[in-house]
Design a protein around this ligand. Structure first.
Ligand code: PXG
Ligand code: PLP
Length: 435
């Protein structure tokens, strides 16, 4: 029996992995160490999680101190100080008008929580007929039933088709190679794609729709950057029809696009923001749902002796996660991380787009420190070429990620020019030797 057999790995080719494992046993700063002692430069910041680098001494110390002081406290009807402090800090960082923060343990839970808050809000406002939820093709909102249903990744939905939430529909995605290939930053074509929401408002009647959820920049499905004016248009249409706009910022928050939240960077304010990952620099599992005041107040009209929202997780606002998050936010401020990330954008864009003449490359997309390089699929084997490049880079000492045939890049928010050069030189060599 293979000693790796019992662990069923998430989103992994289990049999291929267990036949040829890639095992990481240590991490420090910008490097992983494998179990056989090789150093790997991390070009994906964990899994979009760890923008400050791994094992940041201040965050490590905060978690070590916390576990000895308060390991766990009941999360229902009982609180602990750090989680209140954290909610204050997060709402202060969020766009004006956001006064509330609900904690979860992941981005998937944050997505489902946001959808439930939207439904509860409309009902509290006497608009209980607003039950429809709208997502977008090629959207990713995690793997729980709500997020999967509003998500737009066919492979994630196919097997579970019969169990998807009813009353869900999708606007079209924003990607079109002929119209936007090799755009740098936001494509100038495509603002009109937002009008697809009008089509669904006409079909279902806008008065039946509770919320629209979108990623400001779609991450998992290959870095789909919103066309100029597109998000503004979604905001206008949601306002016109009384639909709540949810930005899923699990990837885009905390510096990934050079600001605390993509909402700020794009100048478009949603009604609810979901986040996770960078909230603790990946050190502890945590997600958060940030909510505008009017939504919270609408739910606070019930008699004071009742629970206002029948929702929560055993580990909502876990003390270790709260300590990790508080310390992470302090480091972001002390190290001016978001400004540092913003300043790195031009160098990242240059290095990424320099791959334009490499073999197989059909598109390159970027926004903030998110980058995608789309490869032509190998005939009859979509995804095989991307996976091969990922494996070759790993062997050559650089960790990137492939989503099918899109190579994805998420450098550290404080990456150096030399590190960027190493990442893209390695990718170029891998492409050159890939059929
Ligand atoms: N929403 C968005 C926008 C995400 O990117 C989730 C929700 C779910 O979060 P959790 O914590 O439940 O995984 C995500 C997660 C990739 C990749 O390859 C992206 C994610 C997860 C795994 C891989 O881009 N994003
Ligand atoms: N399943 C059972 C049997 C439970 O008792 C609980 C929580 O008490 C859950 C699931 C939900 O777990 P969590 O709150 O960690 O999401």
């Amino acid at each position: 029996m293979n000693p790796l057999d019992a662990y069923w790995m998430p989103f992994t080719m289990n049999r291929a992995f267990k036949a040829a494992p890639r095992m990481i046993s240590r991490a420090r700063g910008h490097y992983y160490t494998t179990d056989d002692g090789r150093e790997l430069l991390d070009g994906f910041s964990g899994l979009w999680t760890s923008g400050l680098g791994h094992c940041h001494p201040k965050i490590v110390a905060a978690v070590q101190g916390q576990v000895a002081e308060l390991d766990y406290a009941m999360s229902f009807q009982v609180g602990h100080p750090k989680v209140f402090e954290l909610a204050n800090r997060l709402t202060a960082m969020a766009p004006a008008g956001f006064t509330q923060c609900f904690f979860t343990n992941s981005g998937s839970e944050a997505a489902d929580t946001a959808l439930k808050i939207a439904l509860a809000y409309h009902r509290a406002c006497g608009e209980g007929q607003r039950t429809r939820l709208i997502g977008r093709e090629r959207g990713y909102h995690g793997v729980n039933f709500g997020g999967m249903s509003v998500g737009g990744i066919p492979a994630n939905r196919k097997v579970f088709s019969a169990a998807l939430l009813p009353g869900v529909d999708h606007i079209r995605h924003t990607h079109s190679l002929p119209d936007m290939a090799f755009s740098r930053g936001q494509p100038s074509w495509g603002a009109h794609l937002a009008d697809d929401l009008e089509r669904l408002c006409a079909l279902h009647d806008g008065s039946n729709i509770a919320a629209l959820i979108v990623e400001p920049v779609a991450g998992s499905t290959g870095i789909l950057v919103p066309p100029i004016g597109y998000l503004q248009r979604l905001r206008e249409l949601c306002d016109r029809h009384g639909i709540l706009l949810i930005f899923d910022e699990v990837i885009t928050a905390f510096g990934r696009v050079g600001a605390p939240f993509a909402a700020e960077r794009f100048g478009v304010t949603p009604d609810i923001i979901t986040t996770a990952k960078g909230i603790t620099n990946g050190v502890m599992p945590m997600g958060a749902v940030l909510v505008r005041d009017a939504i919270y107040q609408a739910l606070m009209q019930r008699p004071a002796h009742t629970v206002e929202l029948f929702h929560g997780y055993t580990y909502s606002g876990h003390p270790l996660a709260a300590a990790a998050a508080l310390s992470t936010l302090e480091v972001y401020a002390e190290e001016h991380t978001f400004a540092t990330a913003r300043a790195l954008e031009p160098a990242f864009e240059e290095a990424l787009h320099a791959l334009r003449d490499a073999p197989h490359v059909v598109d390159i997309r970027n926004f903030g420190l998110m980058g995608g390089v789309e490869l032509a699929p190998r005939a009859g084997a979509p995804g095989a070429r991307g996976y091969e490049v990922f494996l070759k880079c790993f062997e050559a000492g650089v960790v990137i990620r492939n989503g099918g045939d899109v190579l994805q890049f998420s450098p550290f928010l404080n990456a150096t020019p030399d590190e960027l050069a190493q990442i893209f030189t390695t990718v170029r060599q891998a492409l050159a030797t890939t059929a």
